[in-house]
Design a protein around this ligand. Structure first.
Ligand code: HEC
Ligand code: HEC
Length: 438
């Protein structure tokens, strides 16, 4: 009897332990899952409201661009944006890399036109809300940003004198320009007959200092028109935004209709345990600040110094908020004067918006990561940065949690809230009568 008891007891207890452990494991899993499905607390609801598109304020004015909200400037800007004649080879437009059908990106790791850009193409939808442009924030306005690709040898490869010559020669461009900005001079003659300057230098180098300033002013006006167009590219209402509306209305059936339990769990991780809203916050899911998140540099590239270079470039830029071509008063340029410049921004890149993120692969500043799963694996691990210091901490998320986060990121898609006529190349110019010179 005792023999039988002693042999059977260990068998029993081993099974009991396995069952108990399984029970505990399942219990813990069930608890974690059900807490992720619980109704949203008041604090969570207010976080969700802050991420909701309905919380997006009206587009801030751009005091550095008097034409920022002028519809005629936007119409001219749209033409310039889609016009490949604004390039050295006649083939590159802004829209080559910022394609409306791809949320104004190009689907490539790095932008490609005449050459290959150093970084990944950023979406333009909602860009007008950012005080800084580019991954390193080296531009402080949309109009000033627009000037860079035009003269970048890897992108449009053009120069300001050739661009002005084009605007002057195209009757419709010229009359649209002159109605906005006043008479346009032709500089091409003066350049041809100017004494030869440095070989390979921009034709503007041959001009007198005074003419150079006139040329740069016209160039800035071209940028201001393109910026007026880009300001129309606004983010649209996503499924996530409709879900938040249902949460704020405490409408449970509608919430269940809009979000699967998996997506809800992902959203809870996003604002909670995974700490994504430390940086991806506000209705565009970006704080528009610069952070080092330890992303490895692209193969063959040196680590990107990011913001520490960007801020220096922005401050030295003749087309910045404080420059001659800006319409702003000094008091409007506080961002430029007081932004962080120290070692804490070494290797820091601008937090990108996550709206439409599912549709804008590949990811990160040089397109290093091809899928959202790879991005989430990166955050889960939080490796040490190659340069500077990674601000993100390892997350220890399970594979299921990573999939939940991934599912949530797929709820942020939406077509831009922009009239369709702005999302395609404009119709051919209407015939404009240029009044005869007296
Ligand atoms: C060769 C492809 C290419 C062309 C052509 C191009 N871009 Fe870009 N664009 C990029 C890349 C790449 C970046 C990011 C570069 C960086 O951060 O250093 C970018 C960034 C931007 C940004 C910054 C967005 C933000 O939120 O920071 C704006 C705005 C922009 N481009 C507008 C334009 C305009 C306007 C034109 C035409 C005048 C243009 N681009 C032409 C590739 C291109
Ligand atoms: C410390 C600030 C910070 C935190 C925390 C953070 N991010 Fe980011 N995120 C960034 C920055 C900065 C980049 C750009 C990094 C780069 O290109 O090197 C980025 C890039 C991304 C991208 C790529 C977007 C694109 O268009 O290329 C995704 C997706 C993303 N983050 C999602 C998340 C998620 C999900 C979390 C939470 C798990 C998270 N982020 C946490 C700052 C942060």
């Amino acid at each position: 009897m005792t023999g039988a008891e002693t042999t059977s007891t260990p068998g029993w207890s081993a099974a009991a332990i396995v069952v108990a452990l399984l029970g505990l494991g399942l219990g813990a899993w069930w608890l974690a899952e059900s807490s992720r499905q619980a109704p949203w607390s008041a604090a969570e609801r207010s976080t969700l409201e802050s991420l909701w598109l309905g919380s997006l304020p009206p587009l801030p004015a751009d005091p550095s661009n008097r034409f920022a909200d002028d519809p005629d400037a936007a119409a001219l800007g749209q033409r310039l944006f889609f016009d490949p004649r604004l390039s050295a080879n006649g083939e590159v437009a802004c829209a080559t890399c910022h394609q409306p059908a791809k949320y104004f990106t190009d689907g490539l790791a790095r932008g490609r036109a005449i050459g290959i850009s150093r970084r990944n193409t950023i979406s333009l939808v909602g860009a007008a809300y950012s005080p800084w442009l580019y991954w390193d924030g080296r531009k402080d306005s949309l109009w000033s940003q627009a000037l860079s690709p035009l003269e970048d040898p890897q992108e449009h490869g053009s120069n300001r004198v050739d661009l002005i010559t084009l605007v002057h020669a195209d009757r419709a461009y010229r009359s649209a320009y002159e109605r906005l900005f006043g008479p346009l001079q032709d500089f091409s003659g003066r350049i041809r007959f100017a004494p030869p300057g440095n070989a390979g230098a921009s034709p503007a180098a041959n001009l007198s200092a005074e003419d150079r300033q006139l040329v740069s002013r016209v160039f800035a006006n071209i940028g201001k028109s393109i910026a007026a167009y880009e300001r129309l590219l606004r983010p649209g209402v996503s499924r996530f935004d409709r879900y938040v509306e249902a949460v704020l209305a405490e409408d449970q059936p509608r919430q269940r209709q809009l979000f699967s339990p998996f997506e809800k769990a992902g959203l809870r991780l996003f604002i909670g345990k995974a700490n994504c809203t430390q940086c991806h916050n506000g209705p565009l899911l970006t704080n528009n600040e610069f952070h080092n998140t330890g992303v490895l540099s692209a193969a063959g590239q040196v680590p990107d110094k990011g913001r520490i270079d960007g801020v220096r470039i922005a401050r030295a830029d003749p087309f910045n908020c404080l420059g001659t071509y800006s319409d702003a008063a000094e008091a409007d340029c506080a961002e430029l004067m007081f932004t962080k410049t120290g070692i804490e921004v070494l290797g820091a890149l601008r937090t990108p918006s996550l709206r439409n993120v599912e549709q804008t692969a590949p990811y990160m500043h040089a397109g290093q990561l091809t899928t959202l799963a790879a991005v989430l694996a990166h955050y889960n691990e939080a490796p040490p940065a190659m340069i500077g210091h990674n601000e993100a901490k390892p997350l220890n998320l399970s594979r299921r949690e990573i999939k939940q986060l991934r599912a949530f990121l797929g709820t942020l898609n939406a077509a831009p809230a922009t009239e369709p006529r702005w999302l395609r190349p404009p119709e051919p110019w209407p015939l404009v009568e240029v009044p005869a010179q007296p």
